[in-house]
Design a protein around this ligand. Structure first.
Ligand code: PLP
Length: 398
């Protein structure tokens, strides 16, 4: 009898008890809106912003309604206007081109490498077309951030980092989200901290921070922020910046604060699971493990491997056989968008030209979540199943 995995790929850990208690305390006060504060009270949201800024080593932080909102807000804060072009990854998730489209701007898709990072050669070739890059660290893979920033700086390109999958990750010791002018994070259920929905934005630029705070819907209450520039920074900006409400509330901030306190140990727990799966699938004929350089201190909250140059039917066969044994894999090569997974050519509101080198890689990308509710033994079992099914299909095709 072949082994079957019985766990759930969408089951998260519970919210820490301190978070549940803090959330109940907020509900008892009835003061859920971030600016609804008692005399002398800072509030959960401002506390979270202060703590997240400190954790990331950033000057300013703004908590918002979602990761997608943070990205749209970042684009507006940099003055991106309707019709402007914005460079971004061809390999990412739909909220990224969606944020660009939400401000009426037009994405220019940049290709992907076998390391699943943005293709710096393609970025260099397209660098003259835009002055903003929305860089998505898709599935936690960090590009060579030294080379990327050198290229962007030389071309006058401002970088917004989409750190939905890299909260807590580092390139050569620098926290993800601190190289670009703005870092955006999501606290949606499937990310590194879970408040159902939510987002965070960091920057060291006082003007950008003031604009983002006004945009998020601060009315004239910006002085109630603490991870914010001084009131002088708002002198002109408060008149010039539209209110595009997208605030976070105290309830969400209350459940996030204890999760932030344990972020580092959570990242270690993900990496232990990642390494268990990676070790188990390594050396499987026909399967390419994604190479991770030493400079990259990743957070393995999901894992990808490549079935390069496989036929569509063979990949579909692997997915079906793994699914029959309880292992849920996602494929980025499918012609039709499915679940959370879609491709640059499925976003038909945005123009794109075929990218043969990237298409070959996207056709081979298989993706799997690694929720922390999986034990290391679960991960070893999952790897055995993947290895067996990939091998079976590969050998039959030989
Ligand atoms: C989840 C996600 C986002 C957006 O986050 P939401 O909070 O769901 O809006 C952005 N980029 C990537 C790559 C994501 O996976």
């Amino acid at each position: 009898m072949s082994e079957i995995f019985k766990g759930s790929f969408t089951q998260q850990e519970p919210i820490p008890e301190e978070g549940i208690e803090a959330a109940i305390a907020v509900m008892r006060t009835g003061r859920l809106h971030r600016y609804n504060l008692a005399e002398g009270e800072l509030g959960e949201v401002a506390h979270l912003e202060q703590e997240f800024a400190a954790a990331m080593g950033a000057k300013y932080c703004l908590a918002v309604a979602s990761g997608g909102y943070a990205m749209g807000c970042a684009l507006r804060a940099l003055g991106v206007k309707p019709g402007d072009k914005v460079l971004t990854n061809a390999f990412t998730l739909a909220p990224v081109p969606g944020a660009i489209a939400s401000v009426g701007a037009v994405p220019i898709f940049v290709g992907v490498t076998e390391r699943l990072t943005i293709d710096l050669e393609d970025l260099a070739a397209k660098a003259d077309q835009a002055d903003v890059l929305m860089l998505s660290h898709m599935r936690g893979h960090l590009a060579d951030m030294d080379a990327l920033m050198a290229l962007c700086d030389s071309k006058g390109i401002r970088v917004i980092e989409d750190c939905a999958h890299t909260m807590g990750a580092r390139w050569k010791g620098r926290l993800s989200g601190t190289d670009g002018i703005i870092g955006c994070y999501s606290t949606q259920t499937y990310k590194h901290m879970n408040s159902g929905e939510g987002g965070l934005l960091i920057t060291d630029d006082a003007e950008v921070a003031a604009r983002a705070i006004m945009l998020s819907g601060s009315y004239m209450l910006f002085e109630r922020h603490v991870a914010a520039p001084p009131p002088e920074a708002f002198a002109e900006i408060k008149y010039q910046t539209p209110n595009v409400s997208g605030r976070m509330d105290h309830l969400r901030a209350a459940i996030l604060r204890p999760q932030l306190a344990r972020l580092e140990s959570q990242c270690e727990a993900w990496n232990a699971r990642y390494r268990a799966v990676e070790a188990g699938i390594s050396g499987t004929a026909g399967l390419t493990v994604v190479w991770r350089p030493e400079e990259e201190h990743y957070v393995g909250s999901s894992i990808q491997f490549l079935l390069l140059d496989w036929s569509d039917a063979a990949v579909a066969d692997v997915l079906a056989r793994c699914a029959a044994r309880g292992v849920e894999l996602k494929w980025f090569g499918g012609a039709e968008p499915k679940g959370f997974t879609s491709r640059y050519d499925s976003w038909r509101y945005a123009p794109s030209a075929p990218m043969p080198k990237s298409d070959r890689i996207l056709k081979g990308v298989v993706d799997m979540r690694l929720p922390l509710t999986f034990s290391l033994a679960d991960c070893e079992l999952i790897a055995r199943i993947i290895k067996a099914e990939v091998s079976a299909v590969f050998q039959a095709a030989e």
